[in-house]
Ligand binder design. Structure first.
Ligand code: AMP
Ligand code: ZN
Length: 120
């Protein structure tokens, strides 16, 4: 395990959500992953998918299978939320220019409207 792959990061809001210390609608979860609504939705459906174990960002991933499992999970949540047919966008903001504001790896699942391209 790398130093950045701690199980829990003190003060990390998404670690607190994963641990149930901050209540959220737990849309879907398994041993490894949790899906919950974004508090500031940018589309009719805006779900965040996180690993329960703290990983700071895409740059700190050591188990690349995790990224595949997060996407597989997003596909299932998209079906659950009824946007599988109409389509959706998944993305991971990383670093300053990517405007990652919460330093706990998360995948955004956005749908329910046509996405703009290029993104802002
Ligand atoms: P990012 O800019 O990719 O780091 O996205 C972080 C996302 O987390 C933003 O879309 C926020 O609206 C969302 N967010 C921050 N705090 C919470 C929270 N307590 N519950 C749900 N979503 C949150
Ligand atoms: Zn965390």
């Amino acid at each position: 395990m790398r130093a950045t792959d701690q199980r829990v990061s003190e003060g990390c809001i998404f670690c607190k959500i994963a641990a149930g210390k901050i209540p959220v609608e737990r849309i879907a979860e398994n041993e490894e992953l949790l899906a919950f609504p974004d508090i500031d939705p940018q589309a009719p459906v805006h779900v965040l998918i996180i690993p329960k174990k703290h990983v700071t960002s895409l740059k700190e991933v050591s188990d690349w299978g995790l990224i595949g499992r997060m996407h597989q999970f997003a596909v299932k949540v998209a079906e659950q939320k009824g946007i599988a047919q109409s389509g959706y966008r998944v993305l991971i903001n990383t670093g300053l220019n990517g405007v990652q504001t919460v330093l706990h790896l998360h995948l955004h699942l956005l749908g329910g409207r046509v996405m703009r391209w290029p993104p802002g």
